[in-house]
Design a protein around this ligand. Structure first.
Ligand code: 13P
Ligand code: SF4
Length: 312
């Protein structure tokens, strides 16, 4: 980093830290955030950990959610007395936009007895319409907790297939082809090439990746579960198939290991919209407040809270 850019970053970092104290704010950052955002955050985690942290937070008045829209919405739903800020208003997960309430209603007409399980990567209005939420860290346990054998599951088709494999249940994907554009970039051919160079490498794959990617994985799991696996596994070289932001945390926690992104272009542009500048101005002006209408929030909270009752 150039000297003047470094000084400016330092300056901004110090300003954010002092503003955070002054305003009694807590900064939560997803594992995919830029390194400088992860470094300044009070807590870095996957989507369930961040939701739990937001739900349990008592002292802070402001929660700054460095992530994408649905995660900040969940924080606001779970802890409605807090002022939740999303530093960049444009940070929206495209997968969450893929499922509408109308689509859920249409699926229910064809499968009236099937419970609806929704990945938290959904809009609040859709969460309000489901039986229970899940994340990639607990989807298998959530589906196993239901008595039904046929389940409507959305919006990620790959996660639905993974959970169906693990539980032996029939998961009907809603919509038919919901996906994460970033995770679809990973291809087994790229892993095969890397394996020529690093034959002993372990391969970690996020369940939003394709079935072909899961087949070449030593481990499949959520971003924080990947961090746990990397800490514990014996391999020195680890190939990583999830968004590139996680490499910062993996390298910080395991300086002796070598992490290789399975595809160099796997960047979620939405996650990267959060910059130090945007974080600073959002906190300073208390702008981009995320608030979910009460009627929607009430029902969505029930679906989220049911998820927290499932042991995983
Ligand atoms: P995690 O819950 O594994 O952090 O995943 C969230 C996400 O958006 C993956 O693309
Ligand atoms: Fe959404 Fe994919 Fe980005 Fe996760 S990585 S926030 S699922 S677009």
């Amino acid at each position: 980093m150039r000297q003047d850019v470094k000084a400016e970053t330092m300056n901004l970092t110090e300003k954010i830290i002092s503003l955070k104290k002054e305003k009694n704010a807590l900064i939560l950052a997803h594992n995919y955030q830029r390194p400088e955002i992860q470094n300044i955050a009070d807590y870095v985690g996957d989507s369930i950990e961040l939701s739990r942290k937001a739900m349990q937070e008592k002292d802070a008045e402001i929660l700054v959610f460095c992530a994408v829209d649905f995660m900040a919405e969940s924080a606001s739903i779970l802890n409605p007395d807090k002022r939740v800020l999303l530093p960049s208003r444009g940070a929206r997960c495209p997968m969450a936009q893929m499922l509408t309430v109308d689509e859920i209603k249409r699926a229910k007409v064809h499968h009236p007895d099937a419970p609806v399980v929704l990945y938290v990567n959904t809009l609040a209005s859709s969460k309000a319409y489901c039986d229970i939420c899940c994340t990639s860290a607990n989807a298998v346990e959530v589906v196993n907790s239901l008595a039904a054998d046929t389940i409507l599951f959305g919006p990620d088709r790959n996660l639905a297939e993974y959970v169906a494999e693990k539980t032996g249940k029939t998961l009907i994907p809603i919509p038919e082809w919901g996906f994460c554009p970033t995770h679809l970039l990973f291809q087994p051919e790229d892993v095969a090439l890397l394996k020529l160079e690093y034959p002993d490498a372990a391969v970690m794959v996020h369940p939003e990746c394709s079935a072909e990617m899961r087949q070449v994985a030593n481990f499949v799991g959520s971003t924080s579960k990947m961090c746990l696996y990397a800490n514990d596994c014996e391999a020195k070289n680890i190939i990583v198939a999830t968004e590139e932001g996680i490499l910062h945390r993996l390298r910080k926690e395991n300086p002796e290991k070598h992490f290789i992104l399975a595809y160099g272009g796997a960047v979620c542009p939405n996650m990267k919209l959060t910059t130090l500048e945007r974080l600073y101005s959002s906190l300073k002006e208390e702008k981009h407040v995320i608030k979910v209408p009460d009627t929607v929030a009430r029902n969505a909270r029930v679906s989220l809270e049911k998820m927290f009752q499932i042991k995983s």
